[in-house]
Design a binder for this molecule. Sequence first.
Ligand code: C5P
Length: 236
Amino acid sequence: MSTISLPRRFALIPAAGVGTRMSARLPKQYMMLAGKPMLQYALDTFAASDLIAHTFVVVSPDDGYIDDMLSALPHLQGTVTVLRHGGDSRQQSVLNGLHEIRTQLADHDWVLVHDAARPLLDNIMLEQLITAIDGDKVGGLLALPIVDTLKRSHTGRVQTTVSRDELWAAQTPQMFRYGLLTHALERAMIRSEAVTDDASAIEMLGMQPKLVAGNPRNFKVTLEHDIALAEIFLKG
Ligand code: C5P
């Protein structure tokens, strides 16, 4: 009699960026935020969740910070595996990470891809996403309905106002089955279709990922003023 294992859930954190929009001395994911390196927040959140079996973090092959960071955090021992296979783009880093863990995951296992640059993900948001997606055929992502009026411009003057009706801003984690996500990202890569999140690769297969209303706190630390805002939330 064959046994079919229940799907498990794994976190995959692409953390191989250099943070070009931030004029910092070290890569953005290692910048100190309220006393901790930015990456530690996501690692702590996943490690504390019973719903996550293990976390993989993808860093660049010549990353000189991750080992020191983790050796100072004994509570994370055994919860995270470092994959030194970051690529030239987020998409490539995620795909390289998925390839590296292929012997450890089944196609039906879930992968929650989460940006290291979103330190404010908490257990409540994580559980909301997992509860909404666990039984879903396609998978989905945290996202927020757009509330601001949107302007399009390439000169600094308004060309046009874009309707915000039905528009959402994608966040992470983005939660898809291992097999489907790997196939979708490989296909996008072969076709040279640049995707800035994981859901777009799934959409290119003609599928419709589910949007799960997130929280504005889960913003991506991108520009220098985001640091101060993140610290206000983290200290609060
Ligand atoms: O640069 P951005 O903030 O959009 O990056 C989103 C996430 O993707 C970050 O966690 C960053 O470290 C990661 N990334 C990566 N490999 C790259 C570029 C970005 O893992 N080549």
